[in-house]
Design a protein around this ligand. Structure first.
Ligand SMILES: [Zn+2]
Length: 454
């Protein structure tokens, strides 16, 4: 029927970008993808109808102009307008009239939702039956729905139906000269379709809806389609990750292959430190040497090894980092989500880094400042959980394999290490992909047959 594509909510996405920039850390792309999927307010869905083919008409999506939900027919949109937005077009009133008169020994009841439909010999029974079917159960065969209707002999239930049937809902159009109240459902639908549908809905083969409102359309076809896509992506968010990746590139962030071959998002592109040891301070050199020998240590360990006397100061340094870590989530409900965030894994680590552009408030040791500089330059990768790693030296390339790229690099000054072409061809900018040795935990395991790069 249609294809669905994921789009991150702009506000949530910008918030994540900001946090990635502020912390300087590298975050696992697939964990971020899962985080977006966790809440409907963080993403939108694009519906793209398949064109008509032989024996199959093309799908048209009808979108409510008021709340933005999407359904697959004009009739469903009319029902939605009446169910959800009737008060925008009509004065809706509940009026108590007379209860149905006569002796009724039985009443029909739908077992699926318990609705009382009236005695089968009452004139309203057929209308009630059809209305319930159309509104709630049109995705099942009518015969199966009808089989769920049972005849009850309980006098209490008969009385309950009689009392409820005394109430009527009337709809008086808000516009028009001397509008008359409409009681009949068929007439109301016709009135709404003719007078309000054209101005309150759009029909197209390509539309975008917020995931938050999709359920409001009450269209089983849309719900099925949406659920199947979301369930699959929740298991392994390959398409969401791919979409986020493109968005991160456009936002000027970098996606690179880090430890265990996983993809990470960071503000800077990791690059090996290639300068001579005589050109940097002994502390910088010592930090690099220590991290190379002890990959995936955390900041505290590194600083303790470099300058034991200063470690306490470093450990007590600003708490902004931990706070910043915890907010690597979309703007909506940050506190609640942060607990599940990979970013908060070890907030105790890396305490002395501060967001770019703000000066450290507490006294930070020179070694901690050097480490901060190395992370900000990309010479040290600081993962979301505080682990540190040096990007590996560039792999030696067979010049025959990539002659064009190497030539281009030479023309541009050629100081950058050779980089591997990225899997996705349509990215705005190619990104260096240092292949960092495997270590530590895997945040999102790919099921067999999948590869994270897609
Ligand atoms: Zn609506």
């Amino acid at each position: 029927m249609a294809e669905m594509a994921f789009l991150p909510d702009e506000r949530a996405f910008q918030s994540v970008c900001e946090q990635v920039r502020n912390t300087g850390r590298s975050y696992p792309l697939f964990s971020l993808a899962k985080m977006f999927l966790e809440r409907p307010e963080r993403y939108r869905i694009r519906f793209l109808a398949k064109p008509a083919a032989e024996g199959r008409p093309g799908t048209v999506f009808h979108q409510c102009g008021i709340c933005g939900c999407v359904v697959t027919s004009a009739s469903l949109l009319t029902q939605h307008l009446l169910k959800t937005h009737a008060d925008k077009f009509y004065k809706v009133e509940r009026i108590q009239g007379e209860a149905p008169k006569g002796q009724f020994a039985t009443v029909a009841r739908c077992k699926l939702n318990g609705a009382l439909l009236g005695p089968t010999n009452h004139h309203a029974y057929q209308d009630n039956l059809m209305r319930l079917y159309k509104q709630r159960y049109s995705n099942m065969p009518f015969e199966r729905f009808k089989a769920s209707v049972v005849i009850e002999k309980d006098p209490e239930l008969v009385k309950k139906w009689q009392e409820a049937a005394a109430w009527k809902t009337t709809y008086t159009p808000l516009q028009g000269e001397q509008p008359k109240a409409i009681e009949n459902e068929m007439e109301l639908e016709r009135h709404c379709r003719e007078n309000h549908l054209p101005s309150s809905g759009t029909a197209s083969a390509d539309c975008v809806a917020s995931a938050e409102v999709l359920g409001q359309g009450n269209d089983p076809a849309i719900t099925r389609l949406w659920r199947s896509v979301i369930e699959e992506e929740t298991r392994f968010p390959i398409n969401v990750a791919q979409c986020l990746r493109e968005h991160f590139f456009k936002a000027g962030l970098n996606v690179f292959k880090g430890r265990k071959g996983m993809q990470f998002v960071a503000a800077v592109r990791p690059k090996p430190f290639v300068a001579d040891r005589n050109t940097v301070t002994t502390t910088v050199w010592a930090i690099l040497e220590y991290i190379q020998k002890h990959p995936l240590s955390d900041r505290k360990k590194v600083l303790a090894a470099i300058s034991p006397a200063e470690t306490e100061t470093a450990a007590e340094a600003p708490k902004q980092e931990a706070a910043a870590d915890k907010t690597v989530v979309p703007a909506a409900e940050p506190a609640q989500v942060s607990a599940e965030q990979p970013a908060a894994e070890t907030p105790a680590a890396a305490k002395d880094a501060v967001p770019e552009g703000t000066a450290p408030k507490a006294v930070v040791s020179p070694a901690a400042q050097d480490l901060y500089w190395l992370v900000r330059q990309g010479y040290v990768i600081e993962y979301h959980n505080g682990q540190l790693q040096c990007p590996p030296p560039p792999k030696k390339k067979d010049p025959k394999k990539e002659p064009k790229r190497e030539l281009k690099e030479k023309a541009e000054g050629g100081k950058q290490p050779a980089i591997e072409p990225d899997a996705a061809k349509n990215e705005p900018a190619p990104v260096e992909q240092p292949s960092v040795p495997a270590a530590a935990d895997e945040e999102v395991a790919a099921p067999p047959g999948h590869h994270q790069e897609g």
